[in-house]
Design a protein around this ligand. Structure first.
Ligand code: NAD
Ligand code: LMR
Length: 329
């Protein structure tokens, strides 16, 4: 272990995702087994005591890679020197709500956090927004951090990607590891489009292997897109361990690179690729290398996929316009 510790700021540290996430960061699963970490936990004042309790447990984990834990109720302090920021803290939706219903409630959190990141982040900072509505919250934080390169603000659609991978593997009776090149396009919402037309299963085209457009339209797409609601209905609370797992996957791959012959889905600022308006934070297929990501180019988009991508992108532009109206960007 020769490296200096990486500062990882986690907001909402006392929440349910925080509890599932922090131990995995401390054990080295976020950044790799050679990378020591310092945790900087941000909570609202009422939840600081609970975060302190989690910190006691982290200490009891005796994690060799964990080189410090600091707890704050002040965003400027929590983001001082941050290398990796996981913006989890927000109000989760409950039964019957759409994620977009949280725009106003949660939008107010991400403006001051963007300002704090702008003020104190390290040059190599990478931000993942998990708190919903994740894409538009990332846009708000980014808008208030003009000194940070825009592409460092990302939103989590990896949970959707992983869900799609699992559902497709189940349908075809294969291991999830055999499913490659899946794409989530658009928003982390019910309009998202899980695309299997470029995916491969055991080296063969996944859509051809499935050969069932009705399953694709009536089961697969809605199942993946509405999985968050299915979990809330079943658990009485929104997904937590699977969300933490996806956050680990997102950052690990961003930092350490994607596997040859595969790609992942990330919500990233659009550069205009695939007709997605520049600037909005939308999910794309990406490969990563040396801490940077690139959109996979040249995929053929048929009429069916085009309609689905456009619908989700339309929702993102509406969310952007709504937060503009609220004065949040
Ligand atoms: P939770 O209610 O259990 O925890 C949220 C925590 O955030 C609480 O401890 C709260 O005190 C804290 N918090 C609130 N405002 C804060 C602020 N300004 N600064 C710091 N902390 C603050 O919720 P959870 O289940 O952990 O979910 C957190 C968020 O993640 C929700 O918005 C949820 O919808 C979202 N989520 C996103 C995905 C995804 O795939 N992108 C998946 C699951 C959940
Ligand atoms: C999820 O996809 O599970 C989360 O975004 C939580 C939610 O509100 O659906």
């Amino acid at each position: 272990m020769t490296q200096a510790p990486v500062n990882v700021t986690v907001t909402g540290a006392a929440g349910q995702i925080g509890y599932a996430l922090l131990f995995r960061i401390a054990s080295g699963q976020l950044l790799g087994q050679d990378t020591p970490v310092k945790l900087r936990l941000l909570e609202i004042p009422q939840a600081v005591k609970a975060a302190e309790g989690t910190a006691l447990e982290l200490e009891d984990g005796a994690f060799p890679l964990l080189q410090g834990i600091d707890i704050f109720d002040d965003a400027t302090k929590a983001f001082d020197g941050v290398n990796v920021g996981l913006l989890v803290g927000a109000r989760p939706r409950t039964k019957g709500m759409e994620r977009g219903d949280l725009l106003e409630a949660n939008g107010g959190i991400f403006k001051p956090q963007g300002e704090a990141i702008n003020a104190g982040a390290a040059d190599d900072v990478k931000i993942l927004v998990v708190g919903n509505p994740a894409n538009t919250n990332a846009l708000i934080a980014q808008a208030h951090a003009p000194d940070v390169p825009k592409e460092r603000f990302t939103a989590m659609t990896r949970l959707d990607h992983n869900r799609a991978q699992a559902q497709l593997a189940k349908k075809l009776g294969v291991n999830v590891a055999d499913v490659k090149k899946l794409t989530i396009w658009g928003n982390h919402s019910a309009t998202q489009y899980p695309d299997i037309f470029h995916a491969e299963v055991g080296g063969k085209n996944a859509a051809e292997a499935v050969g069932d457009q009705k399953w694709l339209e009536d089961e697969f797409i809605p199942r993946v897109a509405k999985r968050g609601a299915e979990i809330i209905e079943a658990r009485g609370a929104s997904s937590a361990a699977s969300a933490a797992n996806a956050a680990i996957d997102h950052v690990y791959d961003w930092v350490n690179g994607t596997a040859e012959g595969d790609w992942v889905s990330m919500g990233i600022p659009s550069d205009g690729s695939y007709g997605v308006p520049e600037g909005i934070i939308s999910s794309f297929p990406v490969t990563t290398k040396n801490g940077s990501y690139e959109i996979v180019q040249g995929l053929e988009i048929d009429e069916f996929s085009r309609g689905k991508i456009d619908a989700s992108v339309r929702e993102l532009t509406e969310e952007r316009d709504a937060v503009k109206q609220l004065g949040l960007i």
